[in-house]
Write a protein that binds this ligand. Structure first.
Ligand code: AMP
Length: 216
């Protein structure tokens, strides 16, 4: 990789819709419409900065191994897959949500071992161990909200934003595990080798976050 080139990995989907306006405020603008393209890597208005758009769970991997210098990723994924091997210098305060346990509305505490369905198995394991609760973990990859009504689990651990998904599935939020937002992560070697450029980008993003927070 050219040492004057900087690659920033962004997360596809919902987070991208909040990241792009913030990047625009920081005057980092893709050269074409990311949502209308099938490309995965984009030039920007800055000659030496490129944006990659990949799955959130792949962002830490690209950044850790230096194929991307920087990345934007949800704290949920950092908590689940580990946040070592790179720096985490900035909270973008976007895509804010909560990681929570949820159970059927009005359900009473389960006697004995709780069955918990989630895709966040590491987070759930750690959380319930800290609570001193014995659980049986059931790994699912999506549609967690179905698990309790189908008799697969007593409780789920999932991301809650407005809470509408829970309500629509007869569930209610119970315990807060963590507040989540999108974070900027930086490859450790890049931070040294491309320090001036990375500090410039971090400075612009920090200012954009401050402006956004002020206008809320
Ligand atoms: P809600 O119905 O608004 O509570 O949204 C909950 C669903 O949207 C969850 O099942 C999540 O999968 C997804 N979701 C909401 N916010 C985020 C976020 N910031 N990051 C990832 N997924 C999210």
């Amino acid at each position: 990789m050219n040492s004057t080139q900087l690659v920033i990995a962004l997360t596809k989907g919902r987070i991208l819709d909040e990241v792009l306006p913030l990047f625009e405020q920081a005057n980092i603008v893709p050269a074409e419409n990311i949502n209308e393209s099938r490309k995965l890597i984009f030039d920007t208005n800055l000659e030496n900065v490129k944006l990659m758009v990949i799955r959130g769970s792949d962002v830490p991997t690209y950044v850790q191994f230096g194929s991307a210098d920087m990345g934007v990723v949800g704290k949920d994924l950092l908590l689940e897959y580990g946040d070592e091997g790179f720096y985490e210098p900035l909270d973008l305060k976007i895509a804010e949500c909560r990681l929570m346990t949820a159970e059927p509305v009005g359900s009473t505490p389960v006697q004995g071992r709780l069955k918990v369905a989630t895709k966040f198995t590491n987070i759930a394991k750690k959380y319930f161990a800290e609570q001193g609760k014995q659980i049986e973990l059931i790994k699912l990859n999506g549609a967690l909200e179905l698990a309790p009504s189908m008799g697969l689990a007593d409780s789920i651990v999932d991301i809650v934003d407005t809470g509408k998904t829970l309500v629509a599935n007869g569930l209610e939020p119970r315990e807060l595990i963590a507040h989540i937002s999108s974070r900027v992560i930086v490859n450790k070697a890049s931070m040294k080798i491309k320090n001036a450029l990375i500090r410039e980008i971090l400075g612009r993003l920090r200012e954009a976050v401050e402006k956004m927070v002020e206008s809320r």
